[in-house]
Design a binder for this molecule. Structure first.
Ligand SMILES: *[C@@H]1O[C@H](CO)[C@@H](O)[C@H](O)[C@H]1NC(C)=O
Ligand SMILES: *[C@@H]1O[C@H](CO)[C@@H](O)[C@H](O)[C@H]1NC(C)=O
Ligand SMILES: *[C@@H]1O[C@H](CO)[C@@H](O)[C@H](O)[C@H]1NC(C)=O
Length: 497
């Protein structure tokens, strides 16, 4: 079939076709055609989320508790001048959002079946898409000017419902890649799965007549312990990591059209998490003879359930599972990116160079738009670049804010000096650097400059949608390879001694 398809469409045609055929059945359903229809007609249909299955009266239910501490406004760069020049209206949705929309929600265990692994994904750490991305080179990104999420089914309904506990307008399909939600089995027992989750989603905080304000947390991560038939949820937790000093990207518009001017900032959100208050329990209890029992004992106390201990037959660590999910979302992570100081130690031991990216916001989550995003989706995940990085470099990326703190901390002279050498060469917003293991920067290039000289503008990508051909040579990959090789060349005299 693949061959027949190739015959009728040719290489490029088949590539376009396959990028739309998300379930790979060689047929394009209306759902799969949607991104192209929207692109060509410019109209995004707004549909409602499908009716949920009616709650099974005999099924189990659990309570999910939402915890939320609002974004710390003082962590936003624009707070430095007291939000000078930013209209009060633009930020009103943000300032207003001080508590979860629904602090507690009772859900049926069955609804969580959307998190069950497909039959062919039962191997530990083998990721699958709970919500596949609809974005690709042909569709580009989704419009900024949207207020109401469009409908979906199964996993989209579940995730929409969960995220609605924080705010009424979650979008389970982000405007920018990597879009969607990914999962992998982290442990298996006779009756249960432990499933690791990573979800990219964002929120629209404003409503018309105000202009859009997008709030994009770095990611939602977490896990679920679910019985194999999804009748019982033992444990569920989903949260936005708060270990880094910045974890939310915000973009707001000063107009209703795509070309309206936009402001961007990043900030720190201390807490955004959902957690089950306990295992799911039957809403109705039957005795051995099938008679319905009161769920309260004669003294009026709720019946206490005893849950058997789960003995995992196979398991992997959370770190390993999280890394598998990260690579699924960000192929550029096929090479490891080490913490800053550690990268230099490793480079010294392995007689390699350090390939370091210093940026204003994070490289491997959704908390920062801009050049970082473009880089990781193009050059950093291209196979020739991955191969060269893997062979000759130790990679690392850091936040400017973190290196500034490291530099200021004078106790550790080595780290402090490494940070100083880096910051000396830094230009906003992203600087790519190649360093000797002792920290000397031997080559560097600014991302904006790099993108200017190499990449196609979004308009150009769009106009090339239907002229896409295999002759299409990605100039940025070639230029990045050149940059890395130049670094190796300059380092030669030093590495040999
Ligand atoms: C802010 O909150 C108030 C009270 O909950 C509500 O009436 C108002 O519409 C909200 N404003 C925005 C912009 O969400
Ligand atoms: C990196 O190199 C090692 C050893 O040569 C190899 O086993 C591995 O597959 C490479 N990884 C990538 C992403 O190229
Ligand atoms: C790092 O090593 C190179 C070559 O040995 C030397 O020229 C340079 O001064 C060193 N840099 C620092 C910061 O020590």
């Amino acid at each position: 079939n693949q061959e027949t398809a190739l015959k009728s469409l040719g290489n490029e045609g088949l590539f376009l076709f396959s990028s739309l055929d998300t379930d790979k059945d060689l047929y394009i359903s209306p759902e799969e055609f949607k991104p192209i229809a929207e692109k060509l007609t410019g109209v995004t249909p707004v549909s409602d989320f499908e009716e949920e299955e009616t709650l099974d009266p005999n099924g189990e239910t659990l309570s999910i508790v939402a915890k939320f501490q609002p974004l710390l406004l003082e962590t936003m760069t624009k707070s430095k001048d007291g939000f000078l020049g930013i209209s009060h209206v633009a930020l009103s949705g943000l300032r207003n959002w001080t508590a979860p929309a629904t602090p507690v929600s009772v859900m049926s265990a069955k609804q969580f079946k959307a998190f069950l692994p497909p039959k062919n994904k039962l191997e530990l750490g083998d990721p699958w898409w709970i919500i596949p991305s609809e974005l690709n080179i042909f569709t580009g990104y989704l419009s900024n000017n949207r207020f109401k999420p469009s409908g979906g089914k199964n996993a989209e309904i579940l995730i929409h419902k969960l995220l609605s506990m924080f705010h009424p307008r979650p979008f389970v399909k982000t405007r920018f890649a990597p879009q969607g939600a990914v999962a992998c089995v982290q442990a298996i027992s006779e009756f249960y799965y432990l499933i690791a989750l990573r979800i990219h989603a964002e929120f629209q905080l404003n409503e018309p007549p105000d202009f859009p304000f997008w709030f994009s947390p770095a990611q939602f991560t977490g896990h679920i312990v679910l019985s194999r038939d999804s009748s019982h949820v033992r444990e569920f937790k989903l949260f936005v990591p708060n270990k880094r000093s910045l974890n939310v990207d915000m973009e707001w518009l000063y107009g209703a059209s795509e070309s309206s001017s936009m402001e961007v900032d990043i900030g720190y959100l201390p807490q955004m998490e959902l957690e089950s208050s306990g295992p799911s329990i039957p809403s109705v209890i039957h005795d051995e003879n099938g008679n319905v029992l009161d769920s309260r004992d004669p003294a009026g106390e709720p019946v206490q359930f005893v849950f058997e201990e789960i003995r995992w037959q196979q398991e992997m660590s959370w770190e390993e599972a999280a890394q598998k999910l990260e690579v699924a979302m960000y192929p550029f992570k096929k090479v490891s990116y080490l913490p800053f100081t550690q990268a230099f130690e490793r480079a010294k031991a392995e007689k390699k160079l350090v390939h370091s990216i210093l940026l204003w916001g994070a490289l491997d989550d959704q908390s920062w738009p801009g050049s970082g995003r473009t880089l990781r989706e193009t050059v950093l995940e291209s196979s020739p670049v991955l191969a060269l990085l893997n062979e000759s470099f130790v990679s690392s990326w850091s936040l400017v804010k973190e290196l500034e703190e490291l530099q200021a901390r004078r106790q550790d002279k080595f780290s402090s000096q490494l940070a100083a050498l880096h910051l000396e060469k830094y230009n906003f917003p992203v600087e790519m650097m190649i360093c000797l293991p002792n920290g000397t920067v031997i080559h560097h290039i600014n991302a904006n400059y790099f993108l200017d000289i190499t990449s196609m503008k979004p308009e150009e990508v769009e106009s090339s949608i239907f002229s896409f051909s295999s002759n299409f040579e990605d100039p940025s990959t070639a230029t990045y390879l050149q940059f890395l090789k130049e670094g190796l060349q300059r380092a030669k005299p030093f590495l040999q001694t």
